[in-house]
Design a protein around this ligand. Structure first.
Ligand SMILES: [Zn+2]
Length: 194
């Protein structure tokens, strides 16, 4: 019997809440969604996770441009840290992402907000349960062509800071996948190669 699926058919989402729920392995459903399999096309796209480099005590490693500076600012043109002031390592990952627009969907109820409150758009990246991501890390969007292929040499188009990292748990409390919410207005964006 075919298992309920997160994708492909209109009956899919209902599988989450019906009595067969315990039969669904959300980790493997997530992998099928992102990476595809023999019968499903992959819905994920390439991202880069920029992991802060840490010393053995867990502290972020300052870049030499930051260490050497007489001010409290790193060198914005530093070719090692690209102006972050700390060293990092970038790793490829796959994600399914979407925008949470403040003017639509669930957020619509905030349209008639009191003056002074701000509306914030978010982008959320869904990534594999075992992805290495922490709050000081970044999600980097690289330029992909219309077919989803990486454009070389690669261009970092947007760098997002995680605002909320939500480890989505289900079976026995285990992590099934990770949702990384990032504020649009807090992102670095550029059309220029970096
Ligand atoms: Zn630097």
């Amino acid at each position: 019997m075919r298992r309920p699926s997160l994708h492909g058919t209109s009956t899919s989402i209902r599988g989450w809440s019906n009595s067969n729920r315990s039969e669904i392995d959300l980790r493997s459903e997530f992998d099928t969604l992102i990476y595809g399999d023999a019968t499903h096309i992959p819905h994920g796209h390439l991202i880069v996770i920029r992991n802060m480099r840490r010393d053995s005590d867990g502290y972020p490693t300052k870049c030499s441009c930051f260490e050497a500076s007489n001010t409290t600012e790193p060198d914005p043109d530093c070719s090692y840290c690209l102006g972050e002031g700390y060293l990092w390592d970038e790793n490829w990952g796959m994600a399914y992402s979407m925008h949470l627009n403040a003017d639509s969907g669930l957020a619509r109820k905030y349209i008639h907000m009191a003056p002074g409150l701000e509306r914030t758009d978010y982008v959320v990246f869904f990534i594999r349960y075992d992805s290495d991501i922490k709050y000081e890390d970044k999600v980097v969007e690289v330029r992909l062509d219309e077919e989803g292929e990486l454009v070389l040499p690669y261009i970092r188009e947007a760098i997002y800071k995680p605002h909320t990292i939500k480890r989505m748990r289900s079976d026995y409390g285990r992590v099934e996948y990770i949702a990384v919410f990032c504020r649009e207005d807090d992102a670095w964006k550029s059309d220029n190669p970096q």
